[in-house]
Structures are given as C-alpha cells and as structure tokens.
Design a protein around this ligand. Sequence first.
Ligand code: A2P
Length: 308
Amino acid sequence: MSELVLPEVELNIYSPKDPTEITVVENYVCTKESSPNFVRHVTFDVSGTELEGRVRAGQSIGILPPGENEKGRPHKLRLYSVSSPTKGEGGKLNLISTTVKRTIEELDGKLYTGIASNYLADLKPGDKVKATGPSGKRFLLPENEKSFNYVFFATGTGIAPFRAFIKELYEENDYDGHIALVFGCAYRTDLIYADLFKEMDEKHENFHYITCVSREARRSDGTKKYVQSSIMDCAPQLDPILSQENTLLYICGLKGMETGIYQNLAIKGFSEYLVLKSDYAEIDPAEWDWEEMRRNVKPGDRTFEEVY
Ligand code: A2P
C-alpha cells in the first residue's frame, strides 16, 4: 500500500475568547424536495481573516451564537464540519461552506429548537457571525490522495466532509480511483446534495452513490436499510473496492453507526479496517454484543471516524 501521510493542518487560529467575524454569502436548502427536516448549505466569506486558505476539507469551524443561556452565560461554541473543498467553495479561497440541520425536538411536551443550528439556518446574506477554528487534525484526506480508493459512510449532515472530499478529488485533483459514497437518511426527501452526487455518479464510472433510506421500504429480512446494511446488500459495488489494499474508509455522522459498520465488515472478512482488543477475535462477529463492541472494536489504520 502507498504510505498514508496526513497533511499538516492549522489549528485554532481563532479561539472562543478571541473569535473572528465572517460574513454569510448564501444560505439555501440542500435536501432534494420539501422535507420536514430542514438542512441548509451556508457559505461564509472569510476574506481578511486568517481562515482564508487555511481550512482543510475534513476540518471544522466553530460558531458562537449570540446571546446567553437561562443561567446568563454566553451560548457555547458549536462545531460544524466544513463542506467546501480546501481550495474554497467554487474554487474561491475566501469562501467556506458548512451544512446545518435545524435541531427541532419535543421534550416533555415542549418544543425545543437548537440554539446554534437555528441561528445559522436563519442567517441571511450580509449577516456577520463570530467564528473560531479551524479544528480537527485526523479526519482528512491523505497528502497523496490520488494513491487511494475511498469508501465514505455518512448519516444525515455527516455528509458535509464527504461533499468537500469528493469535490476536492474530482474538481481539484483529476482523481480517477474508486469512490463509494454510502448515505443514510430517514426518507427520500432527506437526501442531502443528491443532485450533485447523482451527477458525479453519471459522470465518473468509478463513483458509486448508494443511498440507504431507513423509513421507507425494508430489507428482505424486515430490518431497516442502514448504511451498514449496504455492506451486505451492495456487495457487487462495495466488495471490489473494500478488498483493495489501498482503500481508505471514512465514517461520519450519528454515534453508533460505526458499530454496525465494523460488525458487518468483520462478518464479511474485511477485518483489516478494524482493530480488535485482546481475545475478542475469538468471538464470531455475528455474535458480537453492541455494548461490548464499543470497548473491544476500534478503527484500524485505514479507517477514519467522526461520530457525534
Ligand atoms: P432511523 O432514524 O430511521 O432509525 P438524520 O440525521 O437525518 O436523522 O438521519 C440519520 C439516519 O441514520 C436515519 O436514516 C437513521 O435511521 C439512521 N440511523 C439511526 N441509527 C443508526 C445506526 N445505529 N446505524 C446506522 N444508521 C442509523
């Protein structure tokens, strides 16, 4: 396998105590049709700040919502993955994008709307935002990115870094390796950036866009279609990529999604993507207990995980 070298990155040029100010230039819905979930693509102009040209795809920026909580303390910083490539949105180094889903929940019969996500989703072009970052130094494409194939697993807004990676590979690097993007969401209306990925699928023979919609048709055994079920159900597309020694695996999204992915990879014999602690290898992966797995199964050297 080619040597896997991660690029050096800039970290925390701006901290919560010393944030910078960036300006919204666009804010649009990036799900396919009218969905009860509201996911938006928000782009900022970072001109004149030290963030310009110094935020890599895979990193995050911090957003400081204005105002205070019920205890009179300033609202906490929230991190958002960058969904624009390293060379900037549309190739402009001063433009950085992120992908935001409005958090809306009912708790004890009361509507709860997430502070930072709704603040961001409400912003209009010209609005100024206090920002920090960049942060994150491992969930990155390697330096020699053209030497690898990629399997990307995303749920929900976990798609953000993969939009950035995929744009970077095809639009900036003339990439001709193999990519599989496996995206999971509840309903077809929640497919994020679907037009872009469908276009990539049509344009690039070696790009596979696999969607796992969990609350519509079920799998033949009655279970939900989750990103991890694609390892079983989409073997013709995934096996040839997963079996190559220069393939890297990235997982981003809901905490817990990694467990199912590791279990199915192990069942299929793709154990090089995970590391098993002590004598866990003795146990048949089909019998793995999800709680014990969290302690005993970790990502391998070719696997990158960002779950929250
Ligand atoms: P479901 O909620 O039907 O169980 P979103 O971020 O838009 O809510 O989408 C998350 C997607 O991830 C949904 O399809 C959700 O399915 C699915 N999901 C929930 N838990 C897991 C898990 N442990 N592994 C993989 N996918 C999951």
